[in-house]
Design a binder for this molecule. Structure first.
Ligand code: UDP
Length: 509
């Protein structure tokens, strides 16, 4: 039995009780589960609020935490009556929405979690934990503003994206009039984002995605802004050595504490912890590890597009042919193959494909143990949608990336990876996939098979440039690890969070 790391626990400090309220989406839940375990490993009490379906998904991690006697962490199950919001039964995570038309009803129903959470806190506690000293909520859980006020405790936010994106987003919203004018003068071409020392060029769709004129989004952006404006500080899943300039600038702009505490994925040191992050793997991990063990170091391409982005049948076929034509072995995560109805005809095509590539490639139909694979010595490159968690997990593992953003902040993360950190090559996608309408004809194919093959070659080989990219990625991996080690910048970041809550308690007494 392996145990959670509790080496940072300081025996003389009185434990604080942290209440964590994540958004019910994989990209938000996964890092907050790590955060919860990290806070508990520092000797704190942690209540992690989730729902039955989500709790079932993270059960292996819950069991690990329970097995570690010293970790005082409770994963509590709040009933979430999604049917009241017109959502199908069990639809408790964004990746379970049958259609993105239900996204706003889903987000609008999150406040239903408040009542069961209140009831939980009011119920007699057999363990007699003190009441929560601090609430850390996702920046979309807007009901937590009043909730924390009622408890009279500090409310901090956990921000999912990179600080680079957060700053760009803020500057775009601030300079929107001049940006729109500059864009009109450039006939819609890219313009430079003011307020940064490095010239960041943004295109029309990037401008639009952060402004999002859709009334539903507009409302949520307002909500997120309110949550941020009224919070006492912000935790980010990043580290100083990665984006110090952006962290400082963002701090100056918003004028409240920012604590980089990542990469949170590095808390999962043991193989089995990496293997069960997020949910149970759709493939036999032993078989997968054996297969990867049999490959040359740095020879395998991992292809995965996160938990929400979907590709069309046409695009999937193009990716498959590109990988088949490439000389490199691969592991390709095709979640569309697990969800019936997402892509028709995929099953038959995939069966034939798998026969053709047997030995050279593996297809994971559903959930993949991504952190485990990224940290395997055989993996030499990662074709990613640039979700911030995936990006940071690759950085923490020292793996170079081929960037294929689909929507949202992913286009900005691509800039950071390719232009600034220089540890990736761009696949060359310029237009976003419209969130939720991936089957739209116009969006059917963004990258043809020949381009897939070419970008894989650049990623895995790439001559002198390729070597330089790999060298930089290795250096960043070291920095990421040092940041999370005792005394490192992110280790201190989390200590500063704890100290902030201690001080705020003292000020009240
Ligand atoms: N992930 C995983 N297996 C999968 C798909 C995703 O472990 O098959 C994890 C991935 O490691 C990351 C998270 O899910 O921690 C996805 O978050 P990200 O921000 O990269 O993208 P999103 O899914 O939010 O678009």
């Amino acid at each position: 039995m392996s145990f959670e790391n509790n080496e940072d626990r300081s025996p003389n400090t009185k434990p604080l009780h942290f209440l964590l309220v994540p958004l019910l989406a994989q990209g938000h839940m996964i890092p907050m589960v790590d955060l919860a375990r990290l806070l508990a490993a520092r000797g704190n009490l942690v209540t992690f609020a989730t729902t039955p379906v989500n709790l079932a998904r993270i059960q292996p991690i819950v069991e690990r935490a329970a097995a570690a006697a010293a970790l005082q962490i409770r994963f509590i199950e709040l009933s979430f009556c999604v049917a009241d919001a017109g959502l199908p039964n069990g639809c408790e995570n964004i990746d379970l929405l049958p259609s993105m038309d239900l996204l706003f009803p889903f987000l609008n129903s999150l406040h239903l979690l408040r009542e069961p959470l209140e009831a939980h806190l009011q119920a007699p506690d057999p363990f007699q934990w003190p009441r929560p000293a601090c609430l850390i909520s996702d920046n979309i859980q807007n009901w937590t503003i009043d909730f924390a006020r009622a408890l009279d405790i500090p409310r901090l936010i956990f921000q999912g994206p990179s600080c680079f994106f957060l700053l760009c987003d803020l500057l775009i919203n601030r300079h929107v009039v001049e940006l729109e004018a500059a864009m009109a003068a450039a006939s819609g071409g890219p313009v430079i984002l003011p307020g940064l020392t490095l010239p960041i060029r943004i295109s029309k769709h990037e401008l639009m995605l952060t402004l999002r004129s859709d009334p539903g989004w507009f409302k949520f952006i307002e909500t997120m802004k309110e949550l941020e404006d009224t919070s006492e500080g912000i935790l980010i899943n990043s580290f100083v050595e990665l984006e110090s300039w952006y962290i400082e600038r963002y701090h100056e702009e918003i004028g409240k504490p920012i604590w980089p505490v990542g990469p949170l994925s590095l808390y999962n040191k043991e193989e089995d912890a990496k293997a069960v992050r997020g949910r149970v793997s759709s493939i036999d991990n032993k078989f997968l590890l054996q297969w990867m063990d049999g490959k040359e170091p740095g020879s395998v391409v991992l292809v995965s597009f996160g938990s929400i982005a979907h590709n069309t049948m046409e695009q999937i076929v193009e990716i498959g042919h590109g990988l088949e034509a490439s000389v490199w072995p691969f592991v390709w995560v095709v979640k569309e193959a697990a969800a019936e109805g997402w892509v028709s005809g995929l099953g038959e095509w995939m069966t034939e494909f798998e026969k053709r590539v047997a030995g050279k490639g593996i297809v994971i139909k559903g959930w993949a143990p991504q952190t485990m694979m990224l940290n395997h010595v055989a993996v030499g490159g990662f074709v990613t949608h640039c979700g911030w968690n995936s990006t940071l997990e690759a950085i923490a593992a020292g793996v170079v990336m081929a960037t294929w953003p689909h929507f949202g902040d992913q286009f900005f993360n691509e800039r950071l990876v390719v232009d600034e950190l220089k540890i990736g090559v761009a696949v060359g996608v310029e237009k976003p996939t419209v969130f939720g309408v991936e089957n739209d004809d116009e969006a059917a194919v963004k990258v043809r098979r020949g381009e897939v093959e070419k970008v894989v070659e650049m990623l895995m080989e790439g001559g002198h440039e390729g070597n330089q990219r790999r060298k930089r990625a290795r250096e960043l991996k070291q920095k990421a690890r040092m940041a999370m080690e005792k005394g490192g910048s992110s280790w201190k970041g989390l200590q500063d969070v704890i100290n902030y809550v201690i001080e705020s308690q003292k000020n009240k007494n």
